[in-house]
Design a protein around this ligand. Structure first.
Ligand code: AKB
Length: 315
């Protein structure tokens, strides 16, 4: 049985991951931490502690207090926010990761942190992007993600820390809204479709990016962490994806359920520039081969579920 500490537990992924892990490993075995508390289930239905990931000593103290054997480090700024505040992003994304890796080293913990399609750049092959390829990102977020992948590899090779990671695409969920990302349009579009029957996209038509529905992302984290270490050649980080679409394709899928739905465009040059530097679609075959990655949701199945769940939520 694992005893897990999660940072950024009230964020987009963390708030759902905390509940999934509590279902699997038991409520008391999953300690949620975040820089502030809110009224979410993750913060109130199990152990919760305030933790700023820049405070490495407190991270170690809390990990000792709860005798954890697994650190899941989710706290980070996403791509658009990191581009607006690059120095802060470097300090938080790299400083937080370093503290989390040091905690894992000191307490001999298994370790997970997400990377992203943002770890690729304009010189990376754009279609079916291989697992091992050119990574010269042109965003601060991407620089952080590549450095993070290398740092996690370093802790594995130098200290034997059992580090694992996934290169996530845009994640779509009806539970906790995304914030500060480039792929967030693919979440916002569902909210606006239900509330107003139309959406103005800041990402232009023809811009393809990988995406995945949150239940598949949560399963991927659990399955990677449970995978037999002897099968893992790529620890940090595996390409994972479930679909690739542009704004026109997601809008067309929504129209099947909301016939009057209209999409229009007011392109944001910053987020469009970030999207242009990322792959159109990535190849997840290493994840499939090394630990059995599989996604259940494609665009049609996800859209049906998102619209059903959000309709109830927004009532
Ligand atoms: C973002 O858009 O910044 C994230 C990501 C793909 O890493 N959703």
């Amino acid at each position: 049985m694992k005893k897990i500490l999660i940072t950024g537990a009230l964020g987009q992924i963390g708030s759902e991951l905390t509940l999934t892990l509590r279902d699997i490993y038991g409520t008391d075995n999953v300690v949620a931490t975040d820089i502030r508390k809110n009224d979410s289930e993750a913060a109130n239905n199990g152990p919760f502690e305030i933790l700023d990931v820049m405070d490495g000593q407190k991270m170690v103290d809390l990990s000792k207090k709860y005798e954890v054997d697994t650190i899941i480090h989710m706290a980070a700024l996403l791509s658009a926010t990191a581009e607006a505040k690059p120095v802060f992003a470097w300090n938080l994304n790299m400083g937080g990761l370093m503290n989390a890796l040091e905690t894992a080293r000191e307490l001999n913990c298994q370790f997970f942190t997400p990377s992203s399609i943002g770890a690729f750049g304009p010189t990376t092959p754009k279609d079916n992007t291989p697992q091992d390829t050119i990574q010269r990102p042109t965003t601060m977020y991407g620089v952080n993600k590549v450095a993070g992948e290398l740092l996690a590899d370093y802790y594995y090779h130098k200290y034997g820390v059992d580090t694992r990671g996934l290169r996530f695409p845009g994640l779509i969920s009806y539970v906790t809204p995304a914030g500060g990302g480039t792929t967030d349009y693919a979440v916002d579009i569902y909210y606006e479709a239900i509330k107003n029957g139309k959406y103005t996209s800041y990402i232009d038509k023809g811009t393809y990016m990988d995406m995945m529905y949150m239940p598949d992302a949560l399963n991927a984290i659990v399955n990677l962490m449970e995978a037999d270490a002897s099968h893992l050649k790529h620890r940090n980080s595996f390409n994972v994806t479930a679909m690739s679409f542009d704004p026109e394709e997601i809008a067309a899928e929504i129209k099947k359920h909301i016939p009057g739905f209209e999409i229009s465009y007011e392109v944001d040059p910053i987020r469009q520039g970030i999207a242009n530097s990322w792959p159109n679609s990535i190849d997840a075959s290493a994840a499939r081969e090394e630990w059995g990655f599989k996604a259940e949701y494609d665009l049609a199945k996800m859209t049906k579920d998102m619209l059903e769940k959000l309709t109830v939520k927004l009532k």
